[in-house]
Design a protein around this ligand. Structure first.
Ligand SMILES: [Ca+2]
Length: 315
């Protein structure tokens, strides 16, 4: 088969391309603000990076005089070792290693090797291999697309933080628990302070459990208060804890805003002045220009219970 012009390159260029592609894995991207998008985006990116690296390695002709089995497996072995090494070294560059990255890197390498094998078999085989690789890359990008929708919703709804009326905002929330317990969160139509649904937070056991909202480092300082609605389905009062973090990493109890709120039966509207949140931490003030997380902690009660929260906004 006649070589396509775009695959013709000077002898050492493929090796430089591989070096640049692997260097991309170490670039210290700041993922904090829109991690719900960038996290899965860079996970999926490992597929594309090692797909291109596998093609570049084939173009480097390092194994062209070797037996067929070596030609096939040597790129898998070399890039496989690079994938694992990259993940082991990533923490040194402020990146987080993950098994998803390793899986996606291997899949990308495999797809690249298959495209190279298809290339010598003819145009139809090449088109099929490229189509399969593109499809796989799109499937792997799917969580990033969902994350992008969540980030876009957060920006467009601002200063509304949540109303639970649309599914994309669910990705901004995550269940949390510590110790032997469980937490489950879901958008529920059983209760609603506005619209038709709210967020049900169910937990039991453990030291503490609740739900966390990814506030995206947004600026709360221009607003007068945080307003939210919480529903207590029980006949007796419950104490819900609210926590707000700024950019401090793993803030201790004295470095964040903490407040206990007594919920009477049914819906409660809670208004917290921004000045109170600002002055909340015992150590310093809360950086209202960069709010990172909002957490609801369920009452310290070993029994399983559910509370609902709805329409959380700044005003
Ligand atoms: Ca609602």
């Amino acid at each position: 088969m006649k070589m396509m012009p775009f695959l013709k390159m000077p002898p050492k260029l493929p090796l430089y391309i591989i070096a640049v592609l692997i260097a991309l894995c170490f670039f210290p991207f700041d993922l904090d603000a829109d991690e719900v998008f960038y996290g899965p985006f860079f996970d999926a990116g490992h597929f594309g990076i090692f797909f291109l690296a596998a093609i570049a390695l084939e173009r480097a002709n390092l194994f062209s005089t070797r037996p067929n089995a070596v030609k096939l497996f040597a790129p898998l072995f070399c890039l496989g070792a690079a994938i694992v090494l990259v993940e082991l070294l990533q923490p040194l560059f402020g990146r987080t290693p993950s098994l998803t990255d390793i899986r996606n890197g291997f899949l990308g390498t495999l797809a690249g090797v298959l495209v190279c094998a298809a290339y010598v078999r003819g145009r139809r085989a090449l088109i099929c291999a490229l189509f399969t690789a593109a499809l796989l890359q799109l499937v792997l990008l799917n969580p990033a697309i969902a994350g992008f929708r969540a980030v876009r919703w957060r920006a467009s709804a601002w200063p509304l933080l949540a109303d639970f009326e649309t599914p994309e905002q669910a990705l901004l929330w995550a269940p949390i628990h510590y110790g032997n317990g469980f937490t489950e969160i879901r958008i529920s139509s059983r209760q609603a302070a506005d619209g038709r649904s709210s967020l049900a937070i169910t937990g039991g056991g453990g030291t503490w459990r609740g739900a966390e909202y990814d506030a995206g480092e947004r600026d709360w300082s221009k607003y007068g208060q945080l307003v939210l609605r919480a529903y207590n389905p029980h006949a007796h009062p419950l104490v819900l804890s609210l926590r707000i973090d700024d950019m401090r990493k793993d803030p201790s109890y004295t470095e964040r805003f903490n407040k206990s709120i007594t919920l009477t039966s049914h819906w409660n509207e809670i208004r917290i002045p921004m000045a109170e949140i600002f002055a909340g931490p015992h150590d310093g003030k809360l950086d209202l220009e960069h709010v990172k997380r909002l957490l609801f902690i369920l009452p310290k009660d070993p029994a399983q219970l559910t509370i609902f929260v709805d329409r959380i906004e700044l005003s």
